[in-house]
Design a protein around this ligand. Structure first.
Ligand code: BGC
Length: 914
């Protein structure tokens, strides 16, 4: 009896007083979909992710509990809740779907989470939130408006300004601005710029999807008189776009849709909308074009135009515009923003008489100009990437993109100018018309790109290699500008699918890109032709049909490779599911084009684009046949579709596409592999692609890898590959017993190579191996970008093989990582990390004649298989202890020269005596 009472008492205290939270287990970095605290999301069932923080090894989440409330105080008090998951026994900590009632428009949902790990319970996390945007078309009561006069009916004219004054009859508790446009917009409220985003509403498949943004503007409003103003730019919508000098490609008229929802302190609501009551005028921006640059006359500024006291009696009433057919969608990724400022390192006076600033870094963005002088003086800023062999700033490779900003002074005090609706790819900026001699303070470089969190670290003992990594990252910064572009300087800057496809995996090491690519893939699916063909560029302003500007092998395959890559890297199953019809449509299209023989013979497009050629007449070039490439890619993408189907539980499809892959592989072997097992095209690209895509018989892989290595030797230790072959070569070598050859190739400094451009001062990746040749001559100006990331796709090899950070396709998102650094190339250290959704996954190794040390961080709630290079259990210690007895080491065995361990989360410091 006594015992029972005691037990009962114990039970009572246990339920009445929960065990105190264990502070050694915490939860942070709460994310809704891909963002933290996203405002204006339209995801109906958002997925929630969190990171577990603990210093204890082997931590696995055993349960979680999520609570959601529209009231932050209520959340902390445990009521009133919109949704509580209850305690869910689960190890899932990323992409957990909200399971509550349907979300309401324009509502902020606060949430927090706590977790258990079997022995410990965390405290509730600090609350986070998401806020919904306008979920239904009927939530919009604003009207589309446009400037009235005919001068605005085409691109190239002055930027229209639209304004509206209004009164707020009470104290404002909160206010939200919902806004979008045809063309670009910049909004001001009472003289203050709204938000820090640039190039809004962003570039999408404008005919079908148009983004709107949501801003919290509570702090910009006043009781009483207010005014709002918007400037519109031509942007991608109707400015110059594409290599054919096109303009007005999406439409001729820019327009604005804007809604300001105000909630007063006393609970009343007020709504200000764009409508026929607004007024329009033009101002200082006389011309603004993404390629061309901006012409700005400060004398025509309309001081105070977005404030209530401004007299707009001279302005015209706006016209109403037809609503576009596109669906309004909320952004899922970070916007484009200014991310850094760069001081020039020198002022040059070039032989041809140019005065130029050298930023020391090729960037994408613009400069801020500080100047004072007489009214009417015009300063001309021209932007170029490199100096020619005489030392003059080179503009030849810009083709029809003028990249020129013209600023006319208003006179008086110092004037500060930045352009509005244009960007430039440049390291040098020439200046004309300065009233006084330039100083290093005259201009500041403004770096602009999609503001994606940087997630990667890669630093080794080789400074050239480190510079290569930096150049790759700069290439990514400069070209991830709302869409993944080929280049930021010439009249192109398009979402080239092939470039994005080869670079996606590298991109996902360097930055957090799931939202960025999710947006782009939605546009890919939107612009995909009926029947499955995929345009060359996404979004696709080029038009065309299923074979014109479309269906290029290795390019269109972005439809398959990119969603599969995002799935592997982030474990984002919903994205894979959403893209699956698009993925399948592309490979089905390819199979139809290949016909019953399954060899794709008529894909006449880019092949192994920009494979190295030489002007030496005795060198035949390394051209890989287009039939070979088209068939290899068809096989590869079909293989990936089969894997995607399996991952999504679509077993019938998984079997069907696996069988089709096998059939294409057989056809490929009949056509392109000799009976003796030799890949019949003797190029590095042919070998590497056939090996990596699983198209040569396993027994023949070694022979073909040897021939690949031999061909590199024939080329004096150099590459001969183009866009498609380049990312394959090092993997093919190191996966098949030729690690040293892979290192030699990567560390080659002679021409052509990855490091050669660095010997020529490159600070970004070049489009071509011979952009600047050893004799200082340039490649032909019509195609010679110095900021093209495609050849930077070797970055994934650097992370995966040197850093040894790899993922396990059967546990995507680095849920279970495969860690296997493979030292070589004379490197004595490498420190590599990626910020996964679970936390930091890192390796750092050092190597000398006495020891190999490896520090590893495995994020909580994940595990890893660790291959310790050239080690045995007897020679290995973890923080001074024998490896077999270390906490967290779950198993170990010898594989050849390497020691293979299965480890739980935590930090491990290995030391292997040599
Ligand atoms: C672009 C590319 C693209 C290629 C396709 C070029 O003009 O700059 O990077 O992939 O065309 O051939």
């Amino acid at each position: 009896m006594h015992a029972i009472l005691l037990a009962l008492a114990g039970l009572l205290t246990a339920t009445a007083r929960p065990a105190p939270a264990d502070t050694s287990l915490r939860v942070d970095q709460l994310r809704t979909e891909y963002l933290s605290n996203p405002i204006g999301t339209d995801v109906r069932r958002p997925r929630l992710s969190w990171r577990i923080v603990t210093s204890r090894r082997n931590t696995v989440q055993t349960a979680y509990e999520i609570a959601v409330s529209t009231d932050s105080a209520g959340l902390l008090a445990g009521r009133p809740l919109v949704w509580s998951s209850g305690r869910v026994p689960s190890d899932r900590s990323v992409f957990v779907e909200y399971g509550g009632p349907a979300l309401r428009s324009a509502t902020r949902y606060y949430w927090h989470v706590r977790v258990w790990d079997g022995t410990r319970a965390s405290a509730w996390s600090t609350p986070s939130w998401w806020e919904t945007g306008l979920l239904g078309r009927s939530d919009w009561t604003a009207q589309w408006i446009r400037p009235p006069d005919a001068q605005h009916d085409s691109a190239g004219g002055p930027a229209p300004m639209l304004r509206h004054a209004f009164t707020l009859a009470g104290r404002v508790r909160s206010a939200r601005l919902y806004v979008t446009s045809l063309g670009l917009y910049a909004v001001e409220l009472n003289g203050h710029r709204v938000g820090a985003d640039a190039f809004t509403p962003g570039w999408t498949s404008y005919g079908k999807r148009l983004q709107y943004q949501t801003y919290d503007v509570t702090g910009l409003l006043a009781t009483g008189s207010n005014a709002i103003g918007a400037t519109l730019g031509d942007g991608w919508y109707r400015g110059h776009l594409g290599f054919n000098d096109g303009q007005n490609l999406y439409g001729r008229r820019v327009a604005l849709l804007l809604q300001l929802d105000v909630r007063y302190a006393d609970g009343r609501a007020e709504r200000i909308v764009s409508d026929g009551g607004w007024k329009a005028a033009t101002g200082p921006i006389l011309m603004s074009d993404i390629y061309g640059g901006e012409t700005y006359d400060a004398r025509q500024e309309r001081a105070g135009w977005s404030t209530p006291r401004y007299d707009d009696s001279g302005w015209n009433p706006v016209a109403l515009a037809d609503p576009p057919a596109a669906v309004l969608v909320a952004p899922v990724a970070e916007a484009v923003r200014r991310t850094a400022e760069i001081r020039p390192i020198a002022i040059l006076h070039t032989p041809s008489g140019q005065t130029a600033f050298d930023l020391g870094q090729n960037i994408t963005g613009w400069v801020r100009l500080r100047v004072s002088g007489a009214a009417g003086t015009t300063i001309v800023l021209r932007h170029g990437e490199v100096l020619d062999k005489d030392g003059n700033v080179y503009f030849g490779n810009l083709r029809n993109a003028a990249q020129t900003d013209r600023y006319t002074l208003r006179g008086g005090a110092e004037e500060i100018y930045e352009p509005h609706f244009t960007y430039h790819g440049f390291r040098y900026v020439t200046v004309e018309g300065l009233p006084t001699p330039p100083t290093l303070e005259t201009v500041t470089g403004i770096v602009v790109h999609s503001d994606l969190p940087e997630t990667g670290r890669f630093v080794t003992s080789d400074t050239m290699l480190n510079r290569l990594q930096q150049n790759i990252v700069w290439g990514q910064r400069g070209n991830f500008l709302d869409v993944p572009t080929d280049c930021p300087q010439r009249d192109e800057r398009l979402g080239w699918t092939g470039d994005a496809q080869v670079f996606a995996r590298t991109a996902a090491f360097n930055m957090f890109v799931p939202g960025f690519f999710s947006k782009w893939l939605a546009d890919l699916a939107a612009d995909q032709h009926p029947g499955g063909s995929v345009p060359w560029v996404i979004p696709n302003p080029l038009g065309g049909d299923s074979t014109t500007f479309a269906s290029a092998a290795g390019w269109a395959d972005a439809a398959v490779v990119v969603p599969w890559t995002m799935y592997l890297v982030y474990g984002d199953q919903r994205l894979l599911e959403r893209q699956y019809p698009s993925m399948r449509a592309w490979v089905d299209y390819g199979a139809r084009r290949a016909g019953p023989g399954l060899v794709w013979r008529n894909n006449r497009y880019f092949g192994d684009w920009l494979a190295w050629h030489s002007d030496d007449a005795s060198y035949p070039g390394a051209t890989t046949g287009k039939d070979f490439i088209a068939t290899a890619y068809l096989a590869h993408s079909t293989d990936l579709v089969a894997r995607a189907a399996a991952a999504l539980g679509r077993t019938t499809d998984a079997r069907k596409y696996a069988a089709r892959f096998a059939a294409i592989r057989d056809a490929f072997q009949r056509e392109f592999v000799s009976p003796g097992g030799r890949v019949a095209e003797n190029t590095q690209t042919a070998y590497a692609m056939a090996i990596n895509f699983g198209l040569v018989r396993p027994a023949e892989r070694a022979g073909d890898t040897r021939r690949l290595a031999d061909d590199i030797r024939v080329h004096g230790g150099h590459l001969s590959t183009g866009f498609l072959g380049t990312p394959e070569v090092t993997h093919a070598l190191s996966n098949n017993g030729h690690l040293a050859d892979a290192y030699r190739l990567l560390l080659q400094r002679g021409y052509p190579s990855w490091l050669y451009p660095i010997t020529r001062g490159a600070t970004t990746m070049w489009e071509r191996w011979d952009g600047i040749r050893p004799d200082s001559s340039f490649e032909e100006p019509s195609m010679n970008s110095f900021n093209h990331y495609a050849f930077g796709a070797v970055g994934d090899w650097m992370y995966q093989v040197i850093g040894g950070i790899n993922l396990d396709p059967s546990a995507p998102g680095y849920r279970h990582a495969l860690i296997a650094p493979r030292p070589g190339g004379g490197l004595t250290s490498a420190s590599t990390a990626i910020e996964t959704l679970y936390g930091t996954l890192a390796t750092a190794w050092t190597l000398d004649s006495t020891a190999y040390t490896l520090d590893v961080d495995v994020p909580p709630n994940t595990s890893a298989r660790l291959t310790l290079w050239d080690a045995t259990a007897g020679r290995t210690r973890v923080s001074g202890r024998p490896v077999a007895r270390a906490v967290g080491v779950r198993s170990l065995h010898q594989e050849g020269n390497d020691l293979v361990l299965e480890v739980g989360s935590g930090h491990y410091a290995f030391r292997v005596t040599r």
